[in-house]
Every structure is written in C-alpha cells, then in structure tokens.
Design a protein around this ligand. Structure first.
Ligand SMILES: [Zn+2]
Ligand SMILES: [Zn+2]
Length: 637
C-alpha cells in the first residue's frame, strides 16, 4: 500500500514539472522531460528466481528506452535508471504488477532533469547505456575480507523525513522517550564520502555532525572502528543520499553490541528530506547525486563548498575536476581552473604519500558502489585510468612544494651551483623549491701560472672583483680562514683525491646551517652535491640529535663521498636517502662511483634509493633519471 501512496505523490510531482515548463496540452512525447528513478529494496525473503527478474528488467527497460544501472542480488535490488518520466512510471507499474510482493514499501524516487545537462556527466553516471547485473551483495560495506558483512536485519530503525526533522528540532528528546536504552547525546553521522559532504550536510546548532571524510563507502567501517568512542552510548542519526548506504552501515554499527543500540537512519535519504523541506530544513547546501543533475539544492541557495585553490565559496561540480592521484572529484572555481592544471584533493594533500593514496582499482564496480552511484563513480571504479596515469602527473599547484636546501660542492658557491642546477630546478618546479646558500668557509682564490687554465686564472693574479667567492663545507686541517680574499698560486695540478683531505670545519658548518634553517627554514630535505653531499651525510648521521633544530625529512646525495663516517656502522643512518652518481661507464672523473656507492652503504637499505647514471659529475635531468628523482620526492609531499 505504502508504495502506491508514494507513487501518487510522484505523479503529482510529474504534473507539476510538466506544467511548469509548458501547458499539458502542448507537451508532446518528444518534448517530455527526462527523469531519473532511484530505488532500492532489501526484501524480507530472498528473491528466488533472480534470472527471471533479470529478464524482466532487460526487456522492460529496453522496451521503455530506460538507461542506467540495475543491480540484483538475492537480498534485493538497487536501481538507478533514466528516461522519459512517463516511461519511468510505466516501469514502476510493471514491476509492482509482476513482483509486488517483493517491492512492498519501496520508496520510488523520481526526479526530472534538464536534458541539456552535460553529456559527460550523463556518460560518467552510466546514463548512456543499460547495465544490469546479478551481484552477491547490493552494496559491499568493505573490500577488506576480514570485515564481516552484518546482517541487514540489524539495520537501524527508519525515520521518515518528518520524524528525522523533529528529532533534530528537539535535540533527540523524542527518541529519548522511545529508546529502550538511555543515551548520552544525539549525534548526526554522514555516511557519504568527502566529495559529497563538501557541498552539503545536515547541520543543527545543538547536534554535532560527524563527517568521516572518506573517499569511498568501503572506507567507512574502518572509520567506524577507529571512532567507535564517538558513537558509543550515543544516539546516532545516520543519513546518506537516498538511504541504502545507511542500511548496511547502521547494521555494522549496531553489530558492535552494547552501547551501539540507538542507531536510526533517514528513510529515503537527503533526497526525500529535501522534498519534504524545500527550504532545506536542517540540511545545508546541496545534495550530491549520481545522475546528470550533479547536485540538488534547496530554495535557500546556501553554498557550503569552497574552491580547493582559492577558498572562494563554490559548489559546482559540472567541470568534473578530479584529484590527479585518487581521481576523487574536487571543487575548483572558474577563475582558478586552467586547462592543464592538475589537482590534489584534501586527502591526498593531508596524507602526503600521494603515490600510495591511489585507491585499489576494483574491476567490478558493483561491489563497492553505493546506491545511485552508477557508471564511473568518482572514486570507486576509475577503470578508465591506468595506475600509471594516476601516478605520473606532476604534483599540482595546490600542494605545498617541498623546500630543499641545496649544498654546493667544494670550491663552489650558491650562485654557480644554482646556475648549474637550473635545468633540474625547472624540471622539479612543480614539486620542489630549491634554496641555495654559500658554505661558511671562504676559500682563497687559486691560480696556476699557466695560460691554458680558464676562469679567473692568468699568469698573474687577476683582480678579485671579477671572480665570485668560493666556499667549502669542509676544509683541510691546515686551513686558516684569511681576513681578506687573496690569491694563492699552486704549482702542481690538482690532486685528484684532494677532496678526501678536507676533513675539518664541520662544527662551524653545522652551526651556520642551524642559523640558515632558523632564518630561512623550515626545509623538507637537503640536497648535497659532491662535498655538499659529504656534509649532508654528516647531518644525516647526526639527524636524531639535530632534528629538532634542522628538521629535515630526506636527503639527496649527488656524486657524494664519505668523510668522517668511519665511526658509523654500514646501514646505520636511517634518514630516507636518494643517491645519485655516475656509474663506472659514465665516468664521474672527480668522484669515482665506488666512493659514492660506499657512502650509500652507510644508509639503511630500506629507505635508500640509488640512481646510477652515465652522465659524469653532474645531476642528470633527462629521463629516466629525472622521473626517478620525482618518484623519490613524491613520497614526502
Ligand atoms: Zn578558486
Ligand atoms: Zn586525491
């Protein structure tokens, strides 16, 4: 009976829609409004002949030209289909005619939509084809096999939109009288995902709304487990889009036993509530829907959402911007939107390990997609994307870039190191900002009185003003810092192992770096080149002691070598490290690959990454090396 009554209500609604656009007599079939029909039903007795029901849906939907998504399981059906509104009514009539016994009490929800809406959205929502499938479960609460599916008979009690509203209005007093077990307070629990709750949720001044901030429905049980104390002993008022997600989730909460008895769910979901309270009532913002309407608001026009980039009030998902990493929809306002930009959602930004945040690609979307969540849902079934596509994009603008402090090599300075690494900085610019500083030990200029030498060298000392100063992190034991810059002539060519003789001066460099960090920091990581790498690895070796002051999380050691590390055990330095050096063939004529490899061996193997290249004494910036550098850095975003 109940189903019939509701059906009448929808007929009235249909008339209203039709008459609002044109007079009834003018409405030809071709002009008739398109609509979506949503319903689910957990039947009290299992459906015996699913194949027969399958055949019914197949022939009925095909003959009526209805497209969308139908899921059939022994315990019920979950349907989201679209087509002409009169055809949707024909579908309901035929269903009740043939299978009325199963569908008694079903809440059939019809809504009209404008056909001019984005084809892209229609396609994404599965409104351009008909997909009927027999599945094991209508919604899968968790993809984790260890999470036991609760019995649907345990589900929380249904509250109609009116009841739900009055409970909120008097902060649960109504339920206190009815509940057999006392509860401490009333809480609202939104069973939907972050992209949905961003643009709308229930808000009541007296009642806290718990938002699990999940990417997908199957993440909800884990949230419930770890937030059980927020629910225990309370009266939990759950809601979702149309109701089906609360069925299983409320049963899951109640399955936790004592203290979790008082769970109620909004029957018909936000959709029915907004029909009952067209001004929105306690629901603020818009109801996200999985059909071409995108979202449905109340008359209040209240906007809850915000642009991910600039924070302006905004809640329009029609441009379908998605997180480059997890494919979740994100809100990007029209001013901030650019063709090539890639975005990272709040969760991917927060959880840092972007590469790991990609949800498992589930081949059978029906296993994880909630009600109305048809076609290619925002996160549940990114089957059109390969993992590769998800992981490869650069880290987009809204992410905070990594700040990396760069330490130059021996007899270099910040400015020429910056020049030499310009290509690297450019290729990493979406991920990281490189900051350069001079080392504290200023070196004398040197010259060999031979004409062939380049750069500031001539047969007699040139004027120092044309030469940039040279610095070092570590110096020779006999080094004395001179008051004024001067030239020292050397008569022999450089000792190729000269760098190994620079073993002193660490304490000065350390205290200098502490002041750099306190003035210009914080830095996420340190990049050292050649002697700068030797210096950086000494900082890593002392990281536990220094971390309060220096606070870096990773190190990149390019053409590095070990100085003063003899006292440390191999594998004992636990700082995450990337080692970049020329291999035997490529030939780094200044630092042999053996020394760099030896340095890497001091670092713990589990958090160490090594890139051997064939480009000599430089930091390579071409593929595949640059991709590996980025891969390393993304771990720290
Ligand atoms: Zn914006
Ligand atoms: Zn994301």
């Amino acid at each position: 009976m109940a189903a019939i009554v509701k059906l009448h209500a929808e007929e009235r609604e249909t008339e209203k829609i039709a008459s609002s656009s044109s007079s009834m007599s003018e409405t030809t079939e071709a002009e008739e409004k398109q609509g979506v029909l949503l319903y689910y039903k957990y039947t009290s007795s299992p459906i015996e002949d699913l194949n027969q029901l399958f055949t019914f849906y197949e022939s009925n939907c095909s003959s009526l030209g209805l497209l969308g998504r139908v899921r059939l399981a022994p315990q019920g059906v979950n349907v989201t289909i679209g087509g002409k509104i009169s055809h949707l009514h024909n579908h309901i009539a035929a269903l009740l005619d043939g299978y009325g016994g199963y569908f008694e009490g079903t809440d059939f929800k019809i809504a009209s939509y404008d056909e001019a809406l984005s084809m892209e959205v229609a396609k994404e929502c599965g409104f351009t084809s008909l997909s009927i499938r027999i599945v094991k479960e209508l919604v899968t609460l968790s993809s984790n096999p260890l999470v036991k599916t609760p019995s649907i008979s345990e589900a929380g009690r249904h509250l109609s939109a009116l009841q739900f509203h009055s409970v909120l209005k008097n902060s649960g007093e109504l339920l206190k009288e009815e509940s057999p077990i006392d509860f401490k307070k009333l809480v609202l629990l939104d069973a939907r995902n972050l992209y949905e709750t961003r643009i709308g949720k229930f808000e009541s001044p007296e009642v806290e709304t718990l938002d699990p901030v999940t990417r997908q429905y199957s993440d909800l049980p884990a949230w419930i487990d770890s937030n059980a104390e927020k629910l225990r002993g309370n009266c939990v008022l759950m809601y979702c889009t149309g109701g089906i997600r609360c069925e299983m989730a409320s049963a899951y909460i109640r399955s936790k036993g004592a203290g979790f008895e008082n769970v109620f769910q909004l029957f018909g979901g936000i959709q029915r509530y907004l029909e009952q309270f067209p001004d929105g009532g306690f629901f603020k913002g818009k109801n996200f829907v999985y059909d071409p309407r995108i979202s449905v608001g109340s008359s209040s026009k209240h906007i809850l959402g915000k642009c991910l980039l600039c924070g302006t009030t905004f809640d329009d998902y029609s441009s379908r911007c998605r997180c480059a990493f997890c494919r979740m929809l994100v809100l990007v306002c029209n001013d901030c939107k650019t063709e090539s930009a890639q975005y990272a959602c709040e969760l991917c930004q927060k959880h840092g390990k972007v590469a790991q945040s990609v949800p498992l690609v589930n081949d059978d979307c029906s296993e994880v997609i909630p009600e109305c969540d048809i076609g290619t849902a925002p996160t549940e079934c990114p089957t059109h994307l390969s993992t590769n596509q998800i992981q490869s994009p650069f880290i987009p603008g809204p992410l905070k870039k990594l700040r990396i402090l760069c330490l130059h090599g021996f007899r270099q300075n910040a400015s020429n190191f910056k020049g030499r690494t310009a290509a690297l900085a450019k290729k990493l610019k979406s991920l990281a900002e490189l900051v350069f500083v001079n080392a504290p030990h200023e070196l004398p200029f040197i010259y060999q009185p031979r004409k062939s030498e380049k750069e500031c060298i001539s047969s007699s000392p040139p004027p120092t003003k044309n030469c940039s100063k040279k610095f070092a992190w570590l110096v020779a034991p006999d080094f004395q810092q001179k008051e004024a810059i001067h030239w020292e002539s050397i008569n022999s060519s450089f000792d190729p192992l000269q760098y190994q003789q620079q073993t002193e001066g660490f304490p000065e460099s350390l205290s200098y770096l502490k002041s750099v960090v306190s003035n210009e920091g914080p830095f996420d990581g340190i990049l050292g080149f050649s002697q700068g790498a030797a210096m950086a690895s000494l900082l890593c070796a002392e990281r536990k002691r220094l971390n309060l002051e220096l606070g870096f999380r990773f190190v990149i050691l390019c053409s590095g070598f070990a100085v003063n590390l003899a006292g440390y055990e191999k594998g004992s330095i636990t700082c995450p490290s990337l080692h970049v050096f020329g291999n035997e063939d490529g030939g780094d004529r200044q630092i042999s690959s053996g020394f760099s490899r030896d340095l890497s061996s001091y670092f713990e193997e589990g958090c160490r990454m090594i890139i051997e290249h064939d480009s000599g004494h430089i930091i390579p910036t071409r593929p595949p090396y640059i991709g590996e550098v980025k891969e390393f850095l993304r771990q720290f975003i």
